[in-house]
Design a binder for this molecule. Structure first.
Ligand code: MF3
Ligand code: CO
Ligand code: CO
Length: 265
């Protein structure tokens, strides 16, 4: 399976889609407070994506086969021990100390921007804040490996090494992915080290880096709804995600937010 190389025109469309996806997370941030439900947060994002951005929420109606229904909401909201693909719900009301990931994917002019951010509600245990921060550092460490000629596998090795140095574990059941006109494309971007260093990166390849890091063991289970992935030990999990492209000199992150100061700037 070949990894698509974006044309300059496609890269422009990815730049737009990425910026819009990031703007959803900026928009929703002041709404993320104790007492709000993930269902309400999803409705606000859904309306904003369609009405303000004139874009399509990619998760809505995505996937589903073999008895699993298509994803029913516009965003994924994953709280505490939910690793990813949490389904927004009016009955899931946020409380002090919760850690929430909101994962936004928009389609604009046929191209995808995919990004997620962690929110900690009020005062939380030190462990939760450390997990959230180290997971963001893991994502940045992966991104900083990206340049033409580097190996895809270097990304996962850097992520795993940083997570292990804090005695956290890396989820293996989900990975980053190529992205462009297709939501989940080649290549698979593993967040852990393997024997095989994988393909060499080339300018114009676009993919996500979206490590899921657990406070406890790495093992995951999917609930009977067919989507919600939770840690088997019910300990906390965190995730951050950016969409980026390999450039001639390194990388360009398409989904940077206003509230973010990455280590390379
Ligand atoms: N945004 C998720 C990702 O990072 C995928 C969500 S697919 C859904 O790849 F169907 F669960 F919404
Ligand atoms: Co993704
Ligand atoms: Co995502």
């Amino acid at each position: 399976m070949a990894v698509p190389i974006l044309t300059a025109e496609e890269a422009d469309k990815m730049r737009v889609a990425g910026k819009l996806a990031a703007s959803v997370l900026d928009m929703i941030t002041p709404h993320v407070v104790a007492g709000v439900s993930t269902g309400e947060l999803d409705r606000i994002c859904h309306r904003f994506i369609e009405d303000e951005l004139q874009a399509i929420p990619a998760p809505l109606g995505y996937g589903g086969s073999g008895g699993v229904p298509p994803f029913p909401k516009a965003t994924c909201t994953s709280v505490n021990h939910v690793v990813c693909h949490g389904i927004p719900s009016d009955s899931k009301v946020l409380k002090q100390g919760d850690a929430l990931n909101i994962d936004v994917t928009v389609i604009k002019d046929g191209y995808h921007g995919d990004t997620s951010k962690m929110f900690v509600i009020g005062k939380a245990p030190v462990l939760i804040n450390r997990l959230v921060q180290v997971t963001q550092e893991c994502m940045y460490a992966g991104i900083e490996c990206v340049r033409p000629g580097a190996y895809l596998g270097d990304i996962g090795a850097a992520i795993e090494s940083h997570a292990k140095s804090h005695r956290f574990s890396v989820v293996r059941d989900f990975c980053g992915h190529g992205i462009g006109a297709v939501f989940h494309d080649e290549p698979q971007v593993l967040h852990y080290k393997t024997r095989d260093r994988g393909i060499r990166l080339e300018a114009g390849m676009a993919f996500t880096i979206e490590p899921m890091i657990n406070a406890g063991k790495r093992d995951v289970r999917v609930l009977p709804d067919g989507w919600t992935a939770v840690t088997k030990d019910h300990k906390a999990s965190a995730q951050w995600e950016h969409t980026l492209m390999v450039t001639e000199t390194g990388f360009e992150v398409f989904t940077l937010r206003a509230d973010e100061t990455p280590p390379w700037v």
